[in-house]
Write a protein that binds this ligand. Structure first.
Ligand SMILES: Cc1cc2nc3c(=O)[nH]c(=O)nc-3n(C[C@H](O)[C@H](O)[C@H](O)COP(=O)(O)OP(=O)(O)OC[C@H]3O[C@@H](n4cnc5c(N)ncnc54)[C@H](O)[C@@H]3O)c2cc1C
Length: 552
């Protein structure tokens, strides 16, 4: 981003030019000198700078300007850049203006025009203003900024989207002074949150994930209309297939509807993945895998949901939610699973405002000092408990079963037992959630003690099993009664191949009921629900794609 700015505004063109010339001569190398011919023009320039994350060190304003005088202008300029040092310029000693300037806008200096020679009369004043600004001034902002409300579901969605896609951003509450300044600079009110301001100063009120993805430099449109291999889903299985496919020379496209990394991307620490003896966070693993796929020139499409699949002769065609289509010689379905919704009164309304599915790592720091509840007894819930225990006053795991032992790995149970602020309640279910605008309490049914109680609760994280959500496949490929996709040997009934199968071979191990369409990872019927197996199946699917293509 550039140098900090010194802005001068004077309606007399010749004076304005002279000031800018003198300033440029001395400060032009380290500062950007901006000249405006009216208060309105200067305010526009300041708003643009604010949106671009720029910094303003000094503002010099002429006192006598039509429409808006220098003091009125500085008052508005301060709303945008409160740390900029301020000086008022007048043509003659005007005591009233000086007193008003000091009282209203706490002006730092009062400069008399003309100031020849500037070395004596102008530069010492500006030097002092710059010294003062450097001690307290704004820092440069180069990240995307999001202005929103802590309990607003759309604001949460944008933060979660950016965090899960590993895009650095700065979060500002709409009632925080800097948040207010950005809303003002964008010309919108708090009702327009979330406001996303890009590094180059573009302001977007209530943007769609796709707009945010584009602004963050994440690709949303395919470069070709036909590929060797398209992978649907960017979790470990999809990323594994993308790395192997692209590295072996296949023109490979990976399509992801939400955030690359999938479920694994949400894990705070994966401790059982081969090669990482100290564990690795889902975000780190995702970042590495994404870079690796990019290194081999796999294309990644973000925020694009696939809603249809059909075989067109030898081509396999996918339809996007927005109506577009894309085709390839072969497809790998790696759409994993998604959390099952918690069916308890009040939960749907408070989702995103205190109730979250998955670990919502963005909420970690906000949980400081709160009592956090986590529903679930599997490893994912255990990892979340370890993560939130670092921030929260207490973390309570609510488990439906009799004990954790049946559902959670031994190493996690051992770790949880050692943490004082983690509690486990078995045979408990959440039957209601209450709150005005955000979660404030939950109702717990405890079947061990036969009680139904309401407890204060600001954060509830839900990890209650998952479902494949493959309805969009319809009858395109064979699935089991829960929606998991059948592959390979599972498709053979007493040695008979699936209906419509037109090859004189059995389906390959990860191949679906239609040749050239494969499934890998959690979405596959009877798969092992683990990161390592998903990555392995992604890699293996590519080998089978090669075999399929060779026989075409
Ligand atoms: C919090 C948590 C912690 C875990 N910890 C561990 C652990 O420590 N060790 C371990 O081995 N396993 C762990 N697991 C399990 C592991 O993460 C999963 O088994 C693994 O992620 C499965 O990978 P996948 O690629 O098959 O599916 P997923 O990870 O579910 O990825 C599927 C992807 O497909 C996308 N998608 C779905 N439908 C569409 C569509 N129609 N169009 C476009 N994209 C779509 C989804 O948005 C998602 O990104 C954990 C899971 C969770 C939730």
């Amino acid at each position: 981003m550039g140098h900090p700015a010194i802005l001068t505004v004077d309606d007399d063109a010749s004076v304005s030019r002279a000031i800018a010339r003198d300033l440029r001569r001395r400060y032009g190398e380290a500062y950007r000198i901006i000249r405006a011919a009216s208060a309105a023009e200067a305010l526009e320039a300041l708003k643009e700078l604010k949106l671009r994350g720029g910094r303003v060190a000094v503002i010099l304003a002429d006192y006598r300007m039509p429409q808006m005088n220098g003091i009125e202008f500085l008052e508005q300029a301060m709303d945008l850049f409160p740390h900029a040092r301020r000086a008022l310029l007048t043509a003659y000693a005007d005591t009233d203006a000086a007193i008003q300037a000091i009282n209203v806008v706490d002006v730092d200096h009062y400069l008399l025009k003309p100031w020849d020679p500037p070395e004596e009369k102008l530069y010492p004043v500006i030097d002092a203003l710059l010294d003062a600004w450097q001690a307290t001034g704004d820092r440069e902002v180069t990240d995307i900024r999001v202005v929103g409300h802590r309990w607003s579901e759309p604001s949460y969605q944008i933060r979660d989207f950016l965090a899960r896609n590993l895009v650095p951003y700065k979060w500002l509450a709409a009632d925080d002074p800097e948040g207010r300044r950005l809303l003002e600079a964008a010309g919108v009110g708090p009702e327009s949150i979330p406001l996303v301001v890009t590094a180059d100063g573009r302001a977007m009120a209530q943007p769609t994930p796709s707009e945010v993805a584009e602004a963050a430099g994440l690709s949303t449109a395919p470069e070709r209309d036909f590929y060797d291999l398209i992978i649907v889903g960017g979790g470990p299985a999809g990323l594994g297939a993308a790395v192997y496919g692209a590295s072996e020379g296949l023109k490979t496209l990976l399509v992801e509807r939400q955030a690359v990394g999938g479920q694994a991307g949400q894990s705070s620490r994966i401790e059982n993945y081969l090669g990482f003896p100290d564990g690795i966070s889902g975000a780190q693993l995702t970042d590495r895998a994404r870079r690796q796929a990019g290194k081999f020139s796999a294309e990644v499409l973000n925020t694009r949901e696939v809603v249809g699949l059909r075989a067109d002769g030898s081509a396999r065609t996918l339809r996007f939610a927005d109506g577009g289509e894309i085709s390839a010689h072969s497809i790998v379905l790696a759409t994993g699973v998604a959390y099952r919704p918690l069916a308890a009164a009040g939960v749907a309304e408070l989702t995103g405002s205190g109730v979250y599915y998955g670990s919502a790592a963005t909420e970690g720091p906000s949980c400081a000092g709160s009592d956090v509840y986590i529903i679930g007894g599997a490893n994912s819930a255990g990892q979340a408990a370890l993560f939130f225990a670092r921030y929260a006053r207490s973390v309570t795991l609510l488990v439906r079963g009799d004990s954790l032992e049946a559902s959670m790995s031994y190493y996690l149970i051992q770790q949880l037992n050692k943490i004082d602020n983690v509690h486990v309640r078995t045979r408990c279910e959440v039957v209601g959630a209450q709150g005005n605008g955000h979660l404030q309490a939950i109702t717990i049914c405890d079947s061990k003690n036969n009680t139904v109680t309401s407890v204060e609760c600001g954060y509830l994280f839900v990890f209650i099993g998952a479902e494949p959500r493959t309805d969009w496949l319809g009858g395109a490929v064979a699935r089991d009664e829960k929606g998991f996709v059948y592959t390979g040997p599972d498709l053979l009934t007493n040695g008979t191949r699936p209906a419509g199968w037109d090859r004189d071979r059995d389906p390959f191990y990860l191949e679906c009921s239609v040749p050239g369409i494969f499934a890998a990872g959690d979405v596959r019927a009877n798969s092992v629900k683990r990161v390592a197996s998903a990555v392995g199946e992604g890699a293996m699917a590519v080998t089978l794609v090669h075999r399929y293509l060779e026989a075409q």
